[in-house]
Design a binder for this molecule. Structure first.
Ligand code: SAM
Length: 234
């Protein structure tokens, strides 16, 4: 699967893929990462890519021309699917990651300054996503976060794809607490049922713990799971 980052700062992007799971995914060809810099498309003699807001207002915006030309160049690939990170977007979720992992080519258009001239967004955005109700200095981190979550769903990226099935947000539940060796650490034992080797008991316990954890940390998700259960129980 191809990912292109439209960014004024490609050096923020490439290092993320130089280590660990996503570096291996790149090496084995499961994902391909490219950056395109709108500055290279600027027709301004100083390669300017920003300007003041028409009508006034604080700060600068990424201006229309360099981005229109960059994105028009990228539409040569008919499969290119344009995602704009923005605080105003809908919340990015695990279901979005799963759905988008079926695309051939995702282009993340990373804003900087006070954002992007709205005409670019309206012309090109297939989807606009926020990664939370806070404001970052640029779209590179949100784009990397989304790319990471999407890549994990691509065949050949994770060593053990079974782990995807037990993860948080599958069935709207958070993953049950997990433990590793030693069985007792500094007087803190793992729940004794985990040590009995009975997979049915462990699985039931994990399920109960997943419900309790979801209820405690994410009552909003718990409500969804409960409603679903009541619906199927009818
Ligand atoms: N003036 C904009 C506003 O109030 O909505 C914020 C612009 S922000 C400083 C610059 C860029 O960072 C945005 O264009 C977007 O690409 C990215 N960004 C910042 N916060 C984000 C968030 N929570 N989710 C996704 N992208 C974000």
């Amino acid at each position: 699967m191809n990912f292109t980052f439209v960014t004024l700062f490609p050096n923020l992007i490439y290092p993320y893929f130089s280590d660990s799971i996503l570096s291996r995914a790149k090496e084995n060809g499961a994902i391909e990462i490219n950056c395109v810099n709108p500055r290279d498309f600027s027709l301004d003699k100083h390669k300017k890519v920003d300007d003041y807001k028409i009508g006034g207002g604080a700060g600068l915006l990424m201006s229309a021309q360099p981005l229109f030309d960059t994105l028009s160049h990228l539409t040569k690939d008919k499969e290119a699917y344009f995602i704009f990170p923005a605080p105003a977007g809908k919340s990015f979720t695990q279901n979005d990651a799963k759905r988008l992992s079926k695309k051939e080519h995702i282009v993340f258009v990373c804003g900087r300054y006070e954002g992007i001239d709205e005409r670019v967004v309206e012309t090109y955005a297939d989807e606009i996503f926020s990664i939370g109700d806070f404001v970052l200095t640029g779209g590179e981190l949100p784009a990397l976060a989304m790319c990471d979550a999407i890549s994990r769903m691509v065949d050949g990226v994770l060593g053990n794809e079974k782990s995807l099935l037990e993860e948080s947000f599958e069935d709207a539940l958070l993953e049950a607490p997990s433990f590793t060796k030693p069985n007792v650490y500094d007087n803190l034992p793992v729940p004794s049922d985990f040590l009995k080797g009975n997979h049915a008991i462990i699985s039931r316990l994990k399920n109960r713990m997943a419900y309790a954890k979801t209820c405690f940390h994410r009552p909003d998700l718990y409500k969804i799971v409960k409603n679903k259960r009541n619906y199927y129980a009818k």
